[in-house]
Ligand binder design. Structure first.
Ligand code: GUN
Length: 283
């Protein structure tokens, strides 16, 4: 039996359409969600990501501003901009594109973003809120993963979820979100003994390790939902996930492809966070 393919591209499109409609309704009340994106330096990949965030904001009907700053911008100048954006009434969400140039402390900049505008959900306060279950904006990729699982018709409650990877931006927060959804959660990582035996017990398997095709069918319980967060460029130029998709396709119950799985959800969740922040401010 072949797994159901979870079409992240289609689901992200549905979510974007819902956001666009809600934004049009909010406009009638004089509320326009606003996102400010800050890009420092000329990293080509970051420039592409920022361009796509800007384009999506416009499609949603949001106010969008992009601050493109030169590589030699000082930390002080960047902190001053973040402080202005914190006070700017037209801006409900602030995203500082990472990585920043080496002479700037990323932590200091992320910490400076007002928690109610932290649409990346990366700040210590947002992370703390996530852990204790308080209302906060959720980090985009982990929130997108939960949405994909839900829209695949799977309720994580009571299920064994195994997360492979323990990064601050995906592994740890997605484990916390799955716990919030009442799953029984195990986190595996590079030092885990006998990972195959653990992963193959999972009803929901989330993989975020950044190693192309590292997870094959021996890690997958028959019928499991497999969420592949990896995006790796192969020598052939093709993209591959962390999961060996072809190998797992007839074992898993449902699986996300790469590209077209988790990737498109991240930007949709960023838009959703911006909308949420605007609605919260409006009361
Ligand atoms: N760089 C790559 N992905 C991201 C992201 O999701 N947020 C930010 N701020 N920077 C990134």
């Amino acid at each position: 039996m072949s797994a159901k393919v979870i079409d992240g591209k289609r689901i992200a499109q549905e979510i974007r359409e819902e956001i666009r409609l809600e934004t049009a309704r909010l406009k009638e009340r004089g509320i326009v969600p606003g996102l400010a994106v800050v890009l420092v330096g000329g990293d080509p990949a970051s420039a592409v990501y920022v361009g796509s965030k800007e384009k999506t904001c416009k499609e949603m009907g949001f106010h969008s501003e992009v601050h493109r700053l030169p590589e030699e911008t000082t930390e002080e100048q960047l902190l001053a901009l973040v402080s202005d954006l914190n006070r700017n009434e037209a801006v409900h969400g602030i995203l500082v594109q990472l990585p920043l140039p080496k002479h700037i402390h990323e932590k200091a900049v992320i910490d400076a973003i007002a928690v109610e505008k932290d649409v990346d959900g990366f700040s210590p306060q947002s992370t703390g809120n996530l852990v204790i279950g308080d209302e906060s904006l959720l980090p985009c990729t982990p929130a997108g993963i939960i949405e994909l699982i839900r829209r695949a018709g799977v309720d994580p409650a009571g299920k064994h979820a195994v997360v492979i990877g323990r990064s601050n931006i995906v592994g740890k927060p997605v484990a916390m979100l799955l716990l919030r959804e009442n799953a029984t959660v195990t986190i595996c990582h590079s030092r885990t003994d006998n990972m195959e035996a653990i992963a193959s017990q999972a009803d929901i398997l989330v993989v975020a390790i950044g190693k192309p095709k590292a997870i094959g069918r021996r890690y997958v319980k028959p019928g499991a939902v497999v969420i592949d967060v990896g995006v790796n460029r192969l020598e052939t130029g093709k993209l591959a996930g962390d999961v060996d998709y072809d190998d797992c396709l007839d074992v898993a119950g449902a699986i996300t492809p790469v590209p077209g799985g988790v990737g498109p959800m991240t930007i949709a969740m960023l838009m959703q966070n911006t909308l949420k922040a605007a609605k919260r401010k409006a009361g």
